[in-house]
Design a protein around this ligand. Sequence first.
Ligand code: NAD
Length: 490
Amino acid sequence: MVSRIIPVDAFDLVVFGATGDLASRKIFPALYKRLLAGQVPADARVIGLARAAHTPEAFRHQLAASIRAHVGTAVDEACLARFVSQVDYLQLDVLGEAGWAELVARLGEHGARIRVFYLSVAPGLFSPICDRLWRHGITTVQSRIVAEKPFGHDFESARALNLHLAAHFAESQLYRIDHYLGKETVQNLMAIRFANALFEPLWNARFVDHVQITVAETIGVEGRGEYYDHAGALRDMVQNHLMQLLCLIAMEPPSRFAPDPVRDEKLKVIRAIEPFDAERVREDTVRGQYRAGADVPSYADDIGRTGSRTESFVAMKLRIANWRWSGTPFYLRTGKRLRARFSEIAVAFREVPHSVFAQTVSRLPANVLVIRLQPDEGITLRMTIKEPGPGGMRLMEVPLDMSFAEALVGKGLHMPDAYERLLMDIVRGDQTLFMRGDEVEAAWAWVDPIAAAWELDRRQPQPYDPGTSGPDDALMLMHRDNRRWRGIGE
Ligand code: NAD
């Protein structure tokens, strides 16, 4: 395999919540894959922490089985054995004081080196853990703290958490994860925009009619009902993932591809999104909740109670009040139990100003640049060409298609999982793909009035059938502007 691996320095990675779902499905498999790729040094060490009473041997045994189950490809057993040999386990209740001295001792074995503390636990435990890391003198200037989503529930709680973290750590030590930023296609969005001369001159309201961002899931709330019912699609998806995608589409070119220049530009976008008052919330947002289907339960069944007004679907129309985007609406939608597992960003360009083919073609289709996040990551540009053959000038729409998986196969490269990229960035100390504290707060400050207006509106979200594109009003949100959503999974 051809690889372009930039080695990282030796590190100690402490995973809080090592027996949890995220650690098992994402963090450990990603580490194994990086080790397989030759990027994890032989003296790097991973220490798993959780409440369960495992011996390190039992944990390693369980971890090996879990990696085989989750890694998605055939496992290289020699590599897996090497990986688990670099993993240690410590039983520790993070709310107590016992066990921390043992962590100090184990970390001390290697002296000064990069220490990463990955908080893969419920967000309520972030502050107690950071307090104890600090109190027990476990963190050094070489330490990084990784916080999973959700980062706060609203502006106030996000600010309180930021202040709490800032009492112990510098912003340069904090890595707030939004794994969407680790996706290859999402990073490619920046490459497409800023490494090609073709698009950037057209990337503004004069040439772009509108932008659509869709993140559709087929699953329901599954086992996360209690958390989800407290959050809803707005907090769970829009405030973070969709907002980050919007930022990368709408931001100005940063001066450099470096943490603060990129994050400064994203922050400016969030601050330029027109705020919603109650009237705009009524007009430009749609909430939905899935019904029962032939073989799937309703939202109410999934969370175990009726009467919840939490949305499992949201669609909205945003405007960005700046020179570049004034006059170009951004339509966002995300939901559960939809037709397909499908995420994409579509940049719809304006029609040509005058058609020279008016005698034969009533309307020329406009170009659309589609950035697919899943399935099958890739980028497609829909173009209009002449239909081949004699018989006059007939036109047809064709995709100029680049599927990354296909494009990379010939070069011996593989599509890494977002967590692979993000974990190595953390060890390297590169914060470019992580959210800065002020960005997260600004996103909450924009979301809070919408959540508050919905709270006051006593109506139920609109019911929608599983396997569809969501409630009818979401379709109307675009129809009334003479536009339409692209199909989900078509
Ligand atoms: P989980 O419930 O599966 O695992 C929680 C882990 O925390 C377990 O290892 C448990 O032992 C440990 N833990 C709980 N209380 C503890 C205590 N007092 N002391 C020590 N350890 C304790 O949770 P998860 O799904 O793995 O999620 C972890 C974090 O990641 C959460 O913040 C979640 O919001 C976030 N997240 C999860 C996913 C996912 O797909 N699971 C996706 C995005 C973000």
